[in-house]
Design a protein around this ligand. Structure first.
Ligand code: AP5
Length: 216
């Protein structure tokens, strides 16, 4: 596959991380997940991580200036292999900042994929999500359970539930999405490379549709 730069966006729990990770493992392109970058900063207790944590735990967006400054280096590093952006941009101001960044580094987006699923699916997916504390691999209590309860199939690490996957925070994240991120749909809908993907099906079906959308 030629080097490609992709953008995945859509509501919390729609499967951006799951599909992004899988696509990146299969193709070798860099998976740039803003949430993962922020969680690593929180874990390492960097200055940015300390600032971001309060917002993340409450299900609010981290201030634009902070996320914009964090993503640029990753974007430039990822550009050789191609990249798949997941979770950035998350509002129109960030989308404009991304455009400036891309132009500055002579980069373009080949596909802009909007993933969509009904809210009832999103809530079930988020409230059952489990993540490995050691390697970060994701599971779901019902849809992709680990072989051994509480242990990662890949590395044996302990599985935990994200602080922001508590039901009250999920409700808040969905509201933030509707108010701040959903307007990105109007922003990107008419741009070259835009594709809308029905992500309500099971994981393999969504992956097949994503591959077709990107390769088509
Ligand atoms: P982030 O980590 O990006 O969270 P999110 O966008 O809310 O997305 P999620 O990771 O919750 O969902 P996903 O779509 O990746 O779903 P997943 O594949 O895991 O961001 C977290 C926080 O960081 C934000 O709230 C904010 O505070 C901050 N932040 C991040 N970016 C920011 C930005 N640009 N600006 C400001 N702040 C920012 O799937 C979910 C579950 O469902 C998994 O268990 C999975 O196994 C399961 N699943 C996936 N697909 C399917 C399927 N087809 N069928 C059944 N189950 C499925």
């Amino acid at each position: 596959m030629p080097v490609m730069n992709l953008l995945l966006f859509g509501p919390p729990g729609v499967g951006k991380g799951t599909q992004g990770e899988r696509f990146s493992s299969a193709t070798g392109i860099s998976h740039l997940a803003m949430g993962d970058i922020l969680r690593a900063a929180v874990r390492d207790e960097t200055g940015a991580g300390k600032q971001a944590r309060v917002y993340m735990d409450a299900g609010k967006l981290v201030p634009d200036a902070l996320v914009v400054s964090m993503i640029e280096d990753h974007l430039v590093e990822g550009a050789n292999a191609g990249f798949l952006l997941d979770g950035f941009p998350r509002n129109v101001a960030q989308a404009k900042a991304l455009e400036i960044m891309l132009a500055h580094h002579d980069l373009t987006l080949d596909k802009i994929v909007f993933m969509d699923a009904p809210e009832s699916h999103l809530i079930k997916r988020l409230s059952g999500r489990l993540i490995c504390r050691a390697c970060g691999f994701g599971f779901h209590r019902h849809y992709s359970p680990p072989r051994e309860t509480g242990r990662c199939d890949r590395c044996g690490g302990e599985l935990y539930q994200r602080e922001d996957d508590r039901e009250d925070v999920i409700v808040h994240r969905l509201r933030v999405y509707n108010e701040q991120t959903e307007p990105l749909l109007a922003y990107y809908r008419d741009k070259a490379g835009f594709v809308r993907l029905d992500a309500s099906g099971e994981m393999q079906a969504v992956y097949t549709a994503l591959k077709e959308a990107v390769e088509g």
